[in-house]
Structures are given as structure tokens and as C-alpha cells.
Design a protein around this ligand. Structure first.
Ligand SMILES: [Zn+2]
Length: 471
């Protein structure tokens, strides 16, 4: 029996109902203080509660949070400061609760990355959560973890996640320190240097963004590295469908690795870290379920859905002191299970299947893109010569489904306008989405679908088809 099984011992045989009841008791213990602080010191929720005629003691169980409306992502992105607690005049708080420790930013959507504030209290919660996430994937003191998250120009949480995860689990920690070069202070290393570090230090765990870890493994293979020490790829930020796991596995095995697995994590900046697989495709365990109230609701009615049914994910913070969000619509469709895990015996709830974006946000090359506002910008160009356009999300090499994502912008316009419109559209997408699209021109009356009277798909995601076809 491993330590994880031992830790969840008495829960091991519990029913989903028992697991849920036990979890609710743990969550409900945190709720009174959270709501007292929101009523006293939250720039957004204090006035909202007053407007709705709600006091902090109207929230006795986490289900009472449903008295508040869901919070759309754009509301937080529009004014992130309004969601940061203002605790300076609140008596009887500890220095940990009130001292700012870290700021991470939401991943690049078309709106500006929003700061997410952690006080020291929240940092400790992050350390605890990441230590648990590492343990769920089986990372421990015998491991040497290679942190492959980039040291990015805007700090995202990935680098922190892998660092705290390794340190909290007692593993040795290495870092690639890769990322976009900053000539003024040249600290970044190239991927090849990181590959050599992993080989020389006998890394056992490669931890980073899914497509980057795969690229890293491919490069190591090209360089003829000995990766016999590697036993686990911890991949997050993007889904990792079975064929991609198989690809990473066979590449690692070609470099001497014995029986490597690829465990996928799922999380948002707003959930402070990933839910983690204990085995490949076994569902993703929430490492700190007592700190977050996750709801899965029907997209149309907002009604809660039973376990196993996919719906909109809402998350409420139950024990934070920096940025606090309640009933926040993360933008993903997920399904939950409270069943005791048949693989590891943990009672912590799992997200099942592959969470997918639901609100017009999607990830291209690991960057979150707001397709809605991108379309707004492109629509504005329709007055300046674009007859029609279509966004196609695909891969660099359609025959290699694992190759990097590409945004293809199909534009119908008069031939004499192509040069100008191509340049303008490229600049517009780069500005809005931090990626450079490929442009394909069609005659002004292109897009046979429109002529045929069919419903025109303004955005098609060919990657989705490939995901569905393989699962
Ligand atoms: Zn498990």
C-alpha cells in the first residue's frame, strides 16, 4: 500500500454519497469566515450582497452560494482589482492572511491577462495543493523533477506549480529556465541546454505544458539522449489524448525509459493548480477539494447536474485571502465523480473525461484565445474590404495530428485588396491573440457553404474532430 492509500484509508470503501457528505462538512467549516470577509472587505461581493439583501449568515452551507449569480469570466477580466480583498481595516487577521506573496496572471486571452493575488495564506494553500497534486501522480522523495514551464514574460502559475509540487513532495528540483529571451537580462536557456540538464541530472519526471513536453522529448530523441531515468511525464495546460500519450511513451522508450506514463493535469489559474490523474485516463483528482466548491450546472437552466453528466463548471473559493471569486464560470465543460477511485482508493472528487472550453475561449498553441472578441475585430474589417472570413483551427501538418496548432484565416475578398487585407488581418490577430495566423485567400464570392444556404460555421476546429475521433 502506498502512502496515498494509507492517507485515505477509512474513506477507501465509502460510497459517493458518503464521500460527498464528508467533503461538504469539510467545506462548510471554511464558509462562515469566507463570507464574513466577503461581506466586510470584498470590493465586488460586499455591495452585491447588500443589493441582494443577503448577509454573511445567509450562507450556512456551500449550496447557499447559489443565492449569488454566476460570475462570468469577462466580469473578472474587466476589473480584476474588484475581486481582490481589501483586508487592511479588518481586525484579528494574521500577517499570513494580509501579506501579499505572489501575483500570477491568467493565461493570455484576448483581454489583458488578469492578475490573481495570493497572500501568504494563499501561497501556503498553493504549496499544500501542489504537494498533493504531485503525490496523486506518484511523485515523491526518490524523484528528480524537471520543471519545463517557461519563465514567461507575464508570470503564469505553471512555473510555480511544478516548483512547489516538487519541493513539497521532497523531490529534487531542476528547472529548464526556458522561455522567450530577454536580451536586457539574459537568463533564459535554450531547449537543448534543458535537454542536456535532464540527461546529466537523471531527471525522472518531466513536468510542463503538454505540447512543450512532447517537443522536448522529440528534441532529446533527435539529440540521441539517454532518458532511461525518465519514468513520468506530467503534462498540463492542454489535454493529452491517448494517441499523444502513446507517442510520448514510445519516444521515451526509444531513449531507454522502461515503462513511462503520461499523467495529465487539469486546472485554471483560478483553481490555483491542477487536478491530477493518479493513472493515465483515470480521471483527475482535485488535490484540495475542501478549498473550492465546484459546481457542474446545465448551461441553459443553471440547474445542478448529477455526477457523470457534463456541464458548465463553476468554482467558488472557500478559504482565500487575496483574489476571491464566487460561482466563477471557468469556461469549461466538465463532469464530476465522487466515487472512491478504483485505481488509488482516494475519495477526492475527480473530473472525468477531457474538459473542454464552452464559452468561445479556446487554446491555440497553449494560449487561451477569446474567439468571440477576435470575431468582433474581424467583423469590423468586413466594412474595409473583407467579404467573408472563416477561422480554421488546425495543425501544422494535417497528416501528423500531433504537430503544433495553427490558426488558418480564410478570407474572401477582391484580388486587388489581398495584399492590404492580409497585412491588416495578420496584425489584428497577432494583437488580439499573440499568434500569427496563416492566411488563405478565396474569391470574393468564396465559401460555397454560404452560397449553398447552409449554416455557416464562422469558426471550425479541426482539432476537435481529431480528438473525438481518437477517444
Ligand atoms: Zn485515483
Amino acid at each position: 500500500m502506498n502512502t496515498a492509500q494509507a492517507a485515505s484509508g477509512p474513506e477507501a470503501a465509502a460510497s459517493p454519497e458518503e464521500n460527498l457528505a464528508r467533503l461538504r462538512r469539510r467545506q462548510n467549516r471554511y464558509l462562515p469566515k469566507m463570507m464574513r470577509l466577503c461581506a466586510a472587505a470584498h470590493p465586488y461581493y460586499a455591495p452585491l450582497m447588500e443589493r441582494l439583501g443577503l448577509a454573511d449568515d445567509d450562507f450556512r452551507t456551500v449550496e447557499d452560494l447559489r443565492k449569488l449569480p454566476p460570475l462570468p469570466k469577462k466580469e473578472y477580466a474587466r476589473d480584476p482589482e474588484a475581486f481582490r480583498m481589501d483586508l487592511k481595516d479588518v481586525p484579528d487577521l494574521t500577517p499570513e492572511e494580509t501579506t501579499l506573496a505572489d501575483i500570477v496572471y491568467t493565461a493570455g486571452s484576448t483581454s489583458k491577462p488578469a492578475p490573481f493575488y495570493d497572500t501568504v495564506h494563499d501561497r501556503f494553500a498553493r504549496v499544500q495543493l501542489m504537494g498533493r497534486a504531485a503525490a496523486i501522480a506518484g511523485v515523491g522523495p526518490d524523484d528528480t523533477v524537471m520543471n519545463l514551464f517557461p519563465l514567461s514574460s507575464v508570470p503564469h502559475q505553471g512555473f510555480l506549480s511544478a516548483s512547489w509540487g516538487a519541493m513539497a513532495s521532497g523531490a529534487k528540483l531542476l528547472a529548464g529556465i526556458t522561455g522567450r529571451a530577454y536580451p536586457d537580462i539574459p537568463v533564459h536557456r535554450r531547449m537543448d541546454q534543458a535537454v542536456q540538464t535532464a540527461e546529466r541530472q537523471k531527471a525522472t519526471v518531466l513536468w510542463g505544458i503538454t505540447t512543450y513536453v512532447r517537443r522536448f522529448v522529440m528534441r532529446a530523441q533527435e539529440l540521441g539522449m539517454d532518458f532511461s531515468s525518465v519514468r513520468l511525464a506530467m503534462v498540463m495546460g492542454e489535454p493529452c489524448p491517448p494517441y499523444m500519450r502513446q507517442d510520448i511513451r514510445s519516444r521515451l522508450m526509444s531513449m531507454g525509459s522502461k515503462d513511462p506514463s503520461t499523467n495529465n493535469g487539469y486546472g485554471l489559474t483560478e483553481t490555483q493548480g491542477p487536478a491530477m490523474e493518479c493513472v493515465e485516463l483515470g480521471g483527475m483528482h482535485q488535490p484540495s477539494p475542501e478549498q473550492f466548491f465546484f459546481e457542474v450546472v446545465d448551461r441553459e437552466t443553471g440547474e445542478p447536474l448529477p455526477d457523470g453528466e457534463p456541464g458548465m463548471m463553476l468554482v467558488s473559493h472557500l478559504n482565500r485571502r487575496g483574489t476571491v471569486l464566487l460561482r466563477y464560470v471557468g469556461g469549461d465543460v466538465v463532469a464530476l465523480s465522487h466515487e472512491t477511485c478504483p485505481n488509488c482508493g482516494r475519495a477526492e472528487p475527480r473530473f472525468l473525461g477531457t474538459p473542454r472550453r464552452a464559452d468561445g475561449f479556446t487554446k491555440v498553441k497553449g494560449t487561451l484565445i477569446n474567439l468571440g472578441s477576435l470575431q468582433d475585430s474581424l467583423a469590423a474589417m468586413m466594412g474595409r474590404g473583407i467579404a467573408e472570413y472563416q477561422i480554421v483551427l488546425t495543425t501544422e501538418d494535417p497528416s501528423d495530428t500531433l504537430s503544433p496548432d495553427v490558426m488558418l484565416l480564410k478570407i474572401a475578398c477582391a484580388p486587388e485588396n489581398r495584399h492590404r487585407i492580409g497585412a491588416e488581418a495578420k496584425a489584428l490577430v497577432r494583437n488580439a491573440a499573440e499568434i500569427t495566423p496563416r492566411i488563405e485567400f478565396l474569391p470574393a464570392d468564396g465559401f460555397a457553404e454560404i452560397a449553398g444556404g447552409y449554416k455557416f460555421k464562422r469558426v471550425t476546429d479541426e482539432r476537435e474532430r481529431r480528438l473525438l475521433g481518437n477517444e
